[in-house]
Design a protein around this ligand. Structure first.
Ligand SMILES: Cc1cc2nc3c(=O)[nH]c(=O)nc-3n(C[C@H](O)[C@H](O)[C@H](O)COP(=O)(O)OP(=O)(O)OC[C@H]3O[C@@H](n4cnc5c(N)ncnc54)[C@H](O)[C@@H]3O)c2cc1C
Length: 232
């Protein structure tokens, strides 16, 4: 196997968090499998979350009616996107697998990670009208949402008070990742680590490490769509 490259986009404020432990476990196991691993630690980077004209170096085309997608497309063509966006795009382009590690906030990702999606996945670079979904630009790249919750699993079942987790994840997995072509692997969900026993938390981390040992070999069996269909 050629060396695989993994990008972990990590969004937690605290190095003592369970999310940090999940990120560290991934780094360790993937490196032991001879993968090269890069981590974008968004809070440590103070990653800018808002999509604004400051993301473009030099003149914008229409400052009176600034349109983010069109302006960033032009800037990307001309190599005038801001340095932080360009750097994340380089990491993403080189990756065979991208893992997003975050605590669920309001049924979705924390704002800083939403900002990463808004600012890094620009028109032209990550998608066009012709290149999306199964014809998408990142169709050779695997993507995986790995996240912690405050809720127990039963609360996110189809009959639970929060409703079906697969529905909750549709905007992220379909609207963002699959839209850009990514092969979306089944999500890794760490249910309510705050309420788990120390043994329970260790077991969750061990299961994650084991999954990652086999992530290249069996990923075709772990596609998110297969996961949804198996539940229906
Ligand atoms: C704004 C906001 C919105 C939210 N919205 C939602 C929502 O929509 N749905 C929902 O379900 N939840 C929601 N939550 C809750 C949130 O998702 C959880 O609090 C979070 O996911 C818990 O993960 P953590 O990494 O922060 O855990 P932590 O609190 O950091 O960790 C949990 C426990 O794990 C321990 N731990 C740390 N490292 C290790 C290790 N190496 N081994 C074993 N144990 C370890 C910690 O000491 C701690 O006791 C929300 C929270 C906020 C702040």
């Amino acid at each position: 196997l050629a060396e695989k490259k993994v990008l972990i986009v990590y969004a937690h404020q605290s190095a003592g968090s369970f999310s940090a432990a999940a990120k560290e476990a991934a780094v360790e196991v993937l490196k032991s499998k001879d993968c090269s691993v890069e981590v974008s630690d968004l809070y440590a980077m103070k990653f800018k979350a808002t999509a604004t004209a400051e993301d473009i170096t030099g003149e914008v085309k229409n400052s009176e009616h600034f349109r983010y997608a069109e302006e960033t497309k032009l800037a990307w063509d001309e190599g005038r996107l801001s340095a932080d966006i360009t750097e994340e795009q380089r990491k993403l382009q080189e990756a065979d697998l991208i893992i997003f590690q975050f605590p669920m906030y309001w049924f979705t990702v924390p704002a800083i990670l939403k900002g990463w999606f808004d600012r890094v996945l620009t028109l032209g670079f990550a998608y066009t009208k012709e290149k999306r979904y199964s014809n998408g630009i990142f169709k050779k790249t695997k993507a995986l949402l790995s996240f912690t919750t405050g809720s127990q699993e039963t609360m996110f079942s189809p009959t639970g008070i929060n409703g079906d987790m697969n529905v909750t994840l549709w905007p992220l997995q379909n609207g963002i990742l699959h839209y850009c072509g990514f092969q979306v692997l089944a999500p890794q969900i760490f249910w309510a680590p705050e309420d788990a026993t120390p043994e329970g938390r260790s077991a969750m981390l061990a299961a994650w490490s084991t999954r990652l040992v086999w992530v290249w070999e069996v990923s075709h069996l772990c596609l998110w769509t297969a996961h949804i269909h198996s539940r229906n």
